[in-house]
Design a protein around this ligand. Structure first.
Ligand SMILES: O=C(O)CCC(=O)C(=O)O
Ligand SMILES: [Fe+2]
Length: 218
């Protein structure tokens, strides 16, 4: 287990060998076949965009509706997919004190599928959410980069914008290769201060399934 201190109360933990290989492949095949995947049309900057990956959403009863990019996914029940409860149990065992109650599943069918730069910053998750990400199948690169500092946000004249853009340093970016069976945890202020993405990769030929466990506060 490796912990990366991103500074200012943000932290990432990486466990490359979280799940046994064979067990993780059994789960991969189960999810690939039995999860009701969909590829919704999102609204990005007012324009319709087909989500560049499949997804599905699971949540415990009675939680507020999840909404992102103009899309409100149907919340399926944990009880409909017993293996997801087994994976959740393994995550809780690795992260004592965690109590996840919702899950976003993503399926990247090859290197053209991706998730663009974003943060999972939702009032419902609180100010310092812990998000646990488990990867199955094809390994892909997971990138983190620091958001422009709050002082630097908002409209600026051209010269200031250029200076700010070129001032990004190596400390402001991180890259992880997320392998089959690995766990990556984002905590503290990572969602407030950092963006993450899984970019397109021409050489990624096969399917990757990623699970992000979250806790909605109530
Ligand atoms: O696929 C991944 O590794 C990340 C997915 C993600 O960032 C998300 O679902 O919010
Ligand atoms: Fe995310």
């Amino acid at each position: 287990m490796t912990t990366f201190d991103l500074g200012n109360g943000s932290e990432v933990v990486h466990l490359p060998r979280f799940l046994p290989r064979d067990r993780a492949w059994d789960w991969f095949h189960y999810m690939d076949k039995h999860i009701p995947w969909s590829r919704p049309t999102l609204t990005i900057y007012g324009r319709p965009l087909l989500q560049p990956r499949d997804s599905c959403y699971i949540a415990s009863e009675g939680l507020p509706q999840l909404s992102y990019s103009g899309h409100k996914p149907h919340a399926y029940s944990w009880d409909d997919f017993p293996p997801l409860k087994d994976i959740l149990h393994e995550v809780h065992r690795a992260l004592p004190g965690s109590r996840f109650n919702s899950l976003v599943l993503n399926r990247y069918k090859g290197g053209n599928d991706y998730v663009s730069w974003h943060s999972d910053e939702e009032t419902a998750y609180g100010l310092t959410p812990e998000i646990a990400s488990v990867t199955f199948g094809c390994e892909r690169e997971f990138l983190l980069k620091k958001k422009p500092s709050r002082k630097a946000r908002g409209p600026r004249d051209e010269t200031t914008r250029k200076r700010l853009r070129t001032s990004t340093s190596k400390d402001d970016q991180l890259s992880f290769t997320l392998k089959h069976g690995s766990l990556l945890v984002m905590r503290g202020y990572t969602q407030r201060d950092w963006l993450h993405s899984v970019p397109k990769r021409a050489r990624a030929m096969s399917t990757r399934i990623n699970l992000t466990f979250r806790c909605i506060l109530q």
